[in-house]
Unconditional design. Structure first.
Length: 184
């Protein structure tokens, strides 16, 4: 137990009280709860701010949907729908014009692919060199499984060799160990 003496500011002894480690834990509990609530509130408010992102009021939702599938050429890691750059704004305007002309979403994507290449698509096409992008996780898992299987097989074969120790060798090892412990 910890003994705590409480003093007034003038230095007079007011009271003595014995506390336990549990008392200090209980005194921190309300503070920790308040901090946790504050952190959760901050995270939740950030999530709400992200969830409120929607299509601009001057564009149709179709423009926004097509722009989401296209990468912004200027920004890193943003779609043309999320970016506020001038190029992305122009891309959304072109999408709106082409939709007004009656073009389909596929035709609009092809227009941008012809202009920028396959890189402009957020989801790379499943052909040619980009097949490696789609199949590399499976190849990696296969290699990992093969390495793990080989390691476990080698470990199993090493453990089988340990079972073939004769009783004479075990007795000799025990005698050697016991003599070393007696010497210390």
């Amino acid at each position: 137990m910890i003994q705590v003496t409480v003093f007034f500011q003038a230095g007079f002894k007011m009271a003595e009280r014995k506390t336990t480690p549990r008392d200090s834990l209980v005194s921190w509990l309300p503070r920790a709860a308040a901090i946790a609530v504050g952190v959760v509130a901050l995270l939740f408010s950030g999530a709400l701010a992200q969830a409120s992102v929607g299509p601009p009021p001057d564009l149709s939702p179709e423009v926004f949907q097509i722009a989401k599938t296209l990468r912004c050429p200027v920004c890193q890691g943003e779609s043309a729908a999320e970016s506020n750059s001038g190029v992305a704004t122009e891309m959304r305007r072109i999408i709106a014009e082409q939709l007004a002309q009656g073009k389909t979403a596929g035709e609009i994507r092809q227009f941008f692919v012809a202009r920028y290449g396959d890189w402009i698509l957020y989801e790379p096409p499943k052909r040619g060199l980009t097949l490696w992008v789609w199949f590399s996780p499976l190849v990696g898992l296969g290699v990992l499984a093969l390495v793990l299987w080989r390691y476990l097989a080698a470990a199993r074969s090493r453990s089988v060799g340990a079972d073939n120790v004769s009783t004479e060798e075990l007795e000799r090892a025990e005698a050697s160990l016991s003599s070393k412990t007696e010497d210390q």
